[in-house]
Ligand binder design. Structure first.
Ligand SMILES: [Zn+2]
Length: 288
């Protein structure tokens, strides 16, 4: 089977130092770089490293660079297994998403990365979260551009490589050893979007809400002066942010419901549907 280097024409290819034998990918494995956010920083490191490599690197601004052909072995997952098969590098395509990884905070104001960089928690939308797979920590959300680019890339890979079975984060194939991607990563939604799988929390939200017919009060303006509003996978303040919508943006409303005593609306922004708190929006009337 011959696979293309460039599944998406616009993705530049900069060849990595470490490229191995031919493989037949069954999995798409998602990673965090757990490094600096500066564009090119992680991409340069991975491209030039003698012992590690990855197929794709996704920057904060949504830019993607390919470094290894999708039908060649890259060294991104280390010790790992999937459905009883060990050494996932031998049958997967790796995608590194630029994100600082696990952070700690002593004061709830500043979060510190493992490499000593400090981020203002409010400025960067950093959230505290704890899961059985990640433990407890402070985590930086992925950018809207990253989620949009990643969704497009995953769709292209799934349609271009017939042997792909699933999309998994690194922690899933290296449990107890790896914690990337972070707890804020919208894994269920992305898998649902790309693979057509069910998204249980989103399904519950659908059941507990009503559609807003188009033409009557079906537009809302985001009202978060000097800030932006988080769009969420389901109507809750759990770590489930899909992206943030800038103040003043007018968005179509598709559903509405009351969850835990609070009014939520489901809106469309950047081609993605998600939930926002209604009190941070203003009704602007009808689109038709
Ligand atoms: Zn990883």
């Amino acid at each position: 089977m011959q696979l293309q280097n460039h599944l998406i024409a616009k993705i530049p290819f900069q060849q990595a130092t470490r490229i191995g034998r031919e493989i037949k990918p069954r999995l798409l494995v998602l990673h965090d770089t757990a490094g600096r956010l500066d564009k090119g920083n992680s991409a340069d490191f991975l491209r030039n490293h003698a012992k590690v490599s990855v197929h794709f690197v996704l920057e904060r601004d949504g830019f993607i660079e390919q470094q290894v052909p999708t039908n060649r072995h890259a060294s991104h997952a280390g010790r790992s297994s999937y459905k009883g098969a060990s050494g996932v590098n031998g049958f997967s395509v790796g995608i590194e998403i630029v994100n600082p990884g696990l952070m700690t905070s002593l004061d709830g104001v500043t979060a510190t990365t493992w490499f000593g960089q400090n981020f203002d928690i409010i400025d960067h939308g950093i959230q505290y979260a704890e899961t059985p797979h990640h433990g407890a920590g402070w985590w930086m959300p992925y950018t809207e551009q990253q989620i949009t680019s990643l969704t497009e890339l995953l769709r292209c890979l799934c349609s271009g490589i017939s042997t792909i079975e699933d999309i998994v984060p690194h922690w899933f194939i290296s449990p107890g050893r790896k914690i990337d991607t972070n707890p804020l990563f919208p894994l269920d939604s992305i898998r649902a979007l790309v693979l057509g799988r069910d998204d249980p929390e989103a399904d519950k939200a659908e059941e507990g809400s009503k559609p807003v017919p188009s033409g009557r009060d079906d537009l809302a303006m985001i009202h978060a002066p000097g800030d932006s509003l988080n769009m969420r996978r389901w109507p809750s303040f759990a770590p489930n942010v899909l992206q943030s919508i800038p103040h003043g943006t007018v968005v179509p409303i598709v559903r509405a419901g009351v969850f835990e005593g609070r009014d939520w609306i489901k809106v469309v922004y950047g081609g993605i549907e998600g939930w926002v708190v209604k009190s941070h929006t203003k009704q602007t009337g009808a689109s038709a």
